[in-house]
Design a protein around this ligand. Sequence first.
Ligand code: TXA
Ligand code: MG
Length: 320
Amino acid sequence: MADDAGVSRAAELLSHGGLVSFPTETVYGLGADATDATAVAQIFAAKERPSFNPLIVHVPDVAAAQKLGRFDDQALLLARTFWPGPFTLVVPALPDSPVAALTSAGLDSIALRVPSHPVARRILAMSGKPIAAPSANRSGRISPTTAAHVLADLDGRLDAVLDGGATNVGVESTIVACHGEDIRLLRPGGIPREAVEALLGHKLISVADTGDAAPRAPGMLASHYAPAAGVRLDAVDVRPGEAWLGFGGLQPGGAEPVMSRNLSAEADLVAAAAALFSALHALDASGARSIAVAPIPKTGLGEAINDRLSRAAAPRPGKA
Ligand code: TXA
Ligand code: MG
């Protein structure tokens, strides 16, 4: 129940890496501490997503949002006008943000939202943490607007559901990306496009009115993280000038790696997902010409890990 005891129990679970579903004014979210990469990896595991898409980070107010993302005047105007409410802003992430790299799927931007639902607001106030929360449904299913929908889809995969009755907006938040002068509608939702355009005094560029803001074409938002180094998958040895990204106990043959990381020495896929983006950043920064990656099973979260790595490995324009 979403009474005081329920809300404080939920905040407690969240602060220990738990998964808690809670109502927002749009749909029920599946929440985890956005600064805890392992907890965020559990969201992807529970949803059975075959790929990592960046998650919306929920915060109590504009001031909390400004600790995580960079707001220019336009972004601030949008935030002050439409928050709290069914509105999400994608802004450049601050370099010292405590949010886990997995939360934004390795992007250098962050999606922030201040919900208006009283239960969501109490959880955010009580937990004191930014909360990553996609809609609380399994991948490919319909977004839940009641606690019963959440349980029908995810029972046994989360620690608690706070029942706050049916949500009233029923569609997800509107997502607008603000990168300087470039302001785009990434997903239509609870705040009408016209309201945003009236405030800004100009039309919004739409990315794709598919209901899902994930940039499909690589480079569409010029922000999808791809390492500068090449990526070589299913490697069992290291070639000269390469860095090594290990998994499990495999000891690579070949050359001495420029730098070496192991996603999970215990071959745990949740731990590996939690470590993936920070490991890629670190190995890329080592200056290695390429990153040799150990074979990673394709089951469970391994599917999303392999999806991300094969995108990083795909040939890109301007690269040999
Ligand atoms: O109403 C809502 O927004 C609900 C409630 C729970 O708050 N949440 C929700 O989250 O719909 P989700 O994960 O189902 O959708 C998040 C969308 C995805 O389409 C994702 O691609 C986009 O936000 N997104 C998140 N971070 C982004 C970023 N840095 N750049 C571009 N798109 C981003
Ligand atoms: Mg969703």
